[in-house]
Design a protein around this ligand. Sequence first.
Ligand code: ADP
Ligand code: MG
Length: 373
Amino acid sequence: MLAASASLLNVDVVILDVGENAPAKQVVAPRAPHLSHVDGAFTDPAKIRELAAKVDVLTVEIEHVDVAVLEEVEATVPMGVHPSPSTIRTIQDKFVQKEHLRAHGCPVSEFMSIESTVQSIHEAAAKLGLPLMLKSRTLAYDGRGNFVVRDLSQAEEAIAALGNRPLYAEKWVPFVKEIAVVVVRSVSGEVSSYPVVETVHKNNICHLVFAPLRSQDLSVPARARTVAEAAVTTLQGAGVFGVEMFLMKDGSVYLNEIAPRPHNSGHYTIEACETSQYENHLRAILSLPLGSTELKVPSAAMLNLIGASPHMEDITAFASFALTVPGASVHLYGKPDCRKGRKMGHVTVVAGSDAEVRARLRPLLEKLPGGSD
Ligand code: ADP
Ligand code: MG
């Protein structure tokens, strides 16, 4: 999606990913031989150096990268690395990220460092209560890396499930809704934010996004945007950031986590906003004027297309059906294999009202591979 936006601006993109036919490489072909894509892992220092030698500006779409190498190449890439490697370092360890946010006065719920021992989990539960959310500090995504301890008898199971990874514990947040805001930050530090959206998760994976958030308390969107913008202001470097938050019954918001990149909760911006999160990411890292973040339709929803089985045909059949729904835009990611729990694509639905969006979404949810509840 970033590559598709770049091609409209005549910006050449060189991709580092495994395989000659990696999804992003299917979107843009190198225009000159010296711009050929790099075949390798985004954790491989030699490959990151090879990429850095080819480009004017380097950015990431995933935070699980080798930060030390990004720091090493930062001075050699003419327009730098965005967001800054120091930001990626802070964010990629969820415990360090939470400490950073708390130190800067951002509203985060209580959390504490723990050891991977039954005794340490008992101590955390005594302090933070049950249920207790255990999280892997690093390499977590789509809920892989979280374990909810509802009863202390589960402590051993939790350690086994999370493996021998560094962990920390968070107090359980009894939120009424999960919400998110995409924030864009320019090289000079100017920030602006997209509308607040409601995110609905299923099995810890983002399932649906509704834009804009509707809340009875009309002050919620402005407060959530202020919290999100303030949090991103504490970080260094340009680009878009996805800020995940919890909305509480009393209307207050807690920050959950920040992604230093275009975010799943912002996919709807492609069809529903004046400038997509991808185009604004490019504008930000290239020091071009930032685009308007306003909605250009009254209402939108985004439905993730998550693999339910190894059968790619289920995904393509669903995509064909989605093409019959007015206002629906289908995005398939070109991933080679379908797997249970893998994000294979998404569908964005826009309409003139919330009611119309819901009416258009209904047949899609009914036909969704793996069901919708
Ligand atoms: P990931 O990296 O997988 O996105 P998150 O830390 O965002 O991990 O957790 C995934 C989901 O787990 C969240 O979207 C939310 O639904 C739930 N969750 C995370 N932290 C808490 C918490 N402290 N209390 C209650 N639910 C939580
Ligand atoms: Mg998350």
